[in-house]
Design a protein around this ligand. Structure first.
Ligand code: HEM
Length: 104
């Protein structure tokens, strides 16, 4: 279930937000490198969580550690996203562009 909710729905929201928020608001993304880091952290976390959930069925103890690590990584990735978007929006609005034909 989390492969779908976290690995598809949430990832799509993250990706679309990183793409459209800077364009719609005219504010550049605060830390593009943090967004790239989020990609890796989120995918590592997702892999850990999904594997951990599967291994938990067999009551294999290391599976729980994997689940825990994956959960922490997934949460850390989401926190990185929230921080980056918050800092992106927390700057003064850019000046509206003046169309060349109207500038006299
Ligand atoms: C940091 C990310 C997340 C972590 C660490 C996490 C962790 C968990 C854990 C440990 C459970 C209990 C599973 C069990 O004991 O069987 C759970 C259940 C659940 N999670 Fe997440 N989750 C995360 C993100 C999400 C997201 C993004 C969604 C939906 C958009 C979601 C939806 C659910 C639902 C619906 C359940 C209940 C499943 C059930 O009872 O059958 N989770 N989650």
């Amino acid at each position: 279930m989390h492969a779908n909710l976290l690995g598809f729905v949430s990832m799509m929201i993250f990706g679309v937000a990183y793409h459209v928020i800077p364009r719609f608001t005219g504010r550049p993304l605060h830390r593009p490198a943090a967004a790239a880091l989020h990609l890796w952290v989120a995918n590592a976390g997702l892999a850990g969580m999904v594997s951990g959930f599967i291994l938990r069925i067999y009551r294999w103890q290391p599976g729980m550690a994997l689940l825990g690590t994956g959960a922490v990584l997934s949460a850390a990735g989401a926190a990185l996203f929230i921080y980056n978007i918050w800092r992106t929006l927390d700057v003064p609005a850019p000046r509206p562009a003046v169309l060349p034909t109207l500038a006299r």
